[in-house]
Ligand binder design. Structure first.
Ligand SMILES: O=C(O)C1=N[C@H](C(=O)O)C[C@H](O)C1
Length: 303
């Protein structure tokens, strides 16, 4: 089903892990089932090829297969698909985005701020101006300075948000800082902030974020969906209680490099065939899985 345009990202979107089979290849049936399960749990949509999908460790054919699988599920469910695309320098990013044309399930592309080269804020703006002008799909800026090495102030984020074709930012600055507060206090029209640091989703929703892109929401998906709903409807006692519980869960899920713990727990639950991650990631420890399992059991109680 084609998405209604314009797409306004809202609610919890789950950046899917890429399950690997015993042969080491992506298990597309498991990916299909995982996508359905998080949508059944109340996710507003899914994200293919996020950091959590180990995009950097997939070859081009594997990436295409992941997009095809996720697009098929989203078509069937009428759910929006966000695709991670457009890393690297501007020309290469534009080519990657161009390849997303003609896929009505793809509601937006999640495009990281250029990493490692640390362009000036003006360079970041020029990068997104060119990509937004050429992209066949709307863009969500993925702002994650602790991975890219490029921090951006609220004024630059607002300028990005004012670009036609840029519909949101996945905000993952490792906390709630002065620029987070300034940005959410004065947003450009039709520009959504999505929480991208799992442990901080509740405070960001409280400040006006419309949702989140959260690896943690593979687990307790219904609770993350309820958290977003509670903040949106103003049920503050419920929102606070859920937020505190889910922050504990996310902290444990990110105790080792993402998505090792998420995959290990999904495997322990029988939802993916192996807990395997590709190097340079290492498998999660048993202690991490045990700690998450305990918090999940608490979350099964009414909050
Ligand atoms: O894949 C993603 O998108 C996410 N990646 C973040 C990360 O690994 O830093 C975490 C977030 O939950 C979603």
């Amino acid at each position: 089903m084609a998405q209604d345009l314009p797409f306004t990202p809202r609610g919890i979107h789950v950046p899917l892990v890429t399950p690997f089979g015993a042969d080491g290849r992506p298990d597309l049936d498991a990916l299909d089932a995982l996508a359905h399960s998080v949508l059944d749990g109340g996710a507003a949509g899914i994200v293919a090829l996020g950091t959590t999908g180990e995009v950097g460790a997939l070859d081009p054919e594997e990436r295409a297969a992941v997009i095809d699988t996720c697009a098929r599920v989203c078509r069937r469910r009428g759910a929006p698909l966000i695709v991670g695309a457009g890393s690297g320098a501007t020309a290469a990013a534009a080519r990657e985005l161009a390849a997303l044309a003609g896929r009505p399930e793809i509601a937006a592309a999640l495009v990281i701020v250029p990493a490692f080269v640390r362009p000036s804020p003006e360079g970041v703006l020029a990068h997104f101006e060119r990509l937004a002008a050429e992209s066949p799909v709307p863009l969500i800026v993925y702002h994650i300075p602790y991975r890219t090495g490029r921090s951006l102030d609220a004024a630059t984020l607002r300028a990005l948000g004012a670009l036609p074709g840029v519909i949101g930012v996945k905000h993952a600055v490792g906390g709630v800082d002065q620029d987070t507060v300034a940005l959410l206090g004065d947003l450009p029209d039709d520009f959504a902030v999505l929480a991208g640091d799992d442990a901080f989703v509740s405070p960001l929703l409280a400040l006006g974020a419309t949702g989140g892109i959260l690896a943690s929401a593979h687990l307790a998906t219904d609770r993350f969906a309820a958290l977003a709903e509670a903040w949106h409807t103003g049920d503050i006692p419920r929102a606070r209680a859920l937020g505190h519980h889910l922050a504990r869960l996310s902290t444990l899920l990110f105790a080792e490099p993402n998505p090792a713990v998420v995959k290990a727990v999904l495997h322990a639950q029988g939802r993916i065939p192996t807990p395997d991650v590709r190097l340079p990631l290492l498998p999660a420890s048993e202690a991490s899985v045990k700690a998450v399992t305990e918090v999940l059991a608490e979350l099964a109680e009414p909050v």
